[in-house]
Design a protein around this ligand. Sequence first.
Ligand code: CP
Ligand code: NVA
Length: 327
Amino acid sequence: MKHLLKTSDLTPAQFAYLLDLAAEFKEHPLAQHDLLKGQTVVLYFAKPSTRTRISFETAVARLGGIPSTVGTADLQIGRGETFEDTAKVVSRYSAAFVIRTFADDDVRLISEAATIPVINALTDDHHPCQSLADLLTMREKWGALPGHKVAWVGAGNNVLHSLMEACALCGVDMSIATPVGYEPNPDIVAGAMAIAAETGAMIELTNDPRHAVMYADAIYTDAWISMGDHESQRAARIAALTPFRVTNSLMDYTNPGGIFMHCLPAHRGEEVTAEVIDGPDSVVFDQAENRLHTAQAILYALISGKLEAEATMTAPKATQVALPVLV
Ligand code: CP
Ligand code: NVA
């Protein structure tokens, strides 16, 4: 059984395979339109979602299945049924279980009880599906990934954790600028650094946004307040993070052709100015579109069992041309 609970569950070869697969689904959306004929995929959202929900629903439809989207109030989980029992029951009906919730441990419990693939659609510490769309977008812009540098400017959070792991797997350097006290989880940083040591990537942490963005090919930021963060922290977070707003003058420090990235939803005037996110260097809607193609790749690869076969592959040399993985 193979699940996708965090980006670092994947080997470099598996990550590259998913990118190749997503590129192929982008060209041929109905290439596997019979895979899920007569089957459902359960999408459980304990937090709101626009992109993840609709991209997964569309991906299930393109694979020939029917999405069953539910919230906490719809399930007996809301009345105390255990995650394990829910996972066992859903496994009797459906081809996969996609979950957005708070604690990573809850998704782990579900994955241990499930007999179908479980996919993390965002937890407090991880957002692996987002990281695949992000690296696909970078590959589309740059061709080969290794040798490029991404700067994170903002608060340490789930999107950063998964991006760090993804960049490490793909040989992309990262410089991460956060205010003091808003750094990413040190255990996740250490894990990403261990991967980076294998792939030749560099990860550095700083509290200086200008240092981070120097010679970067992309600046990435995210909301200063994530779902699950306490609203009581809003004033303190805004005060600490205001110097980390992405502005045109910060973009000027990047390499020529530097792009602006954001997982969305965005807050113009907080983490990024309108002129940057709505300007010519912004690729945020390409990232959003790529959520669909990568969701389709994740579902196909896990449900067909093809992802596990890729685990034995050694890391491929970076390719600019997607491999014909669907034949
Ligand atoms: N980027 C992302 O996960 O967006 P949603 O919260 O809208 O799904
Ligand atoms: N860090 C944000 C990402 C939303 C897609 C959150 O968890 O709310």
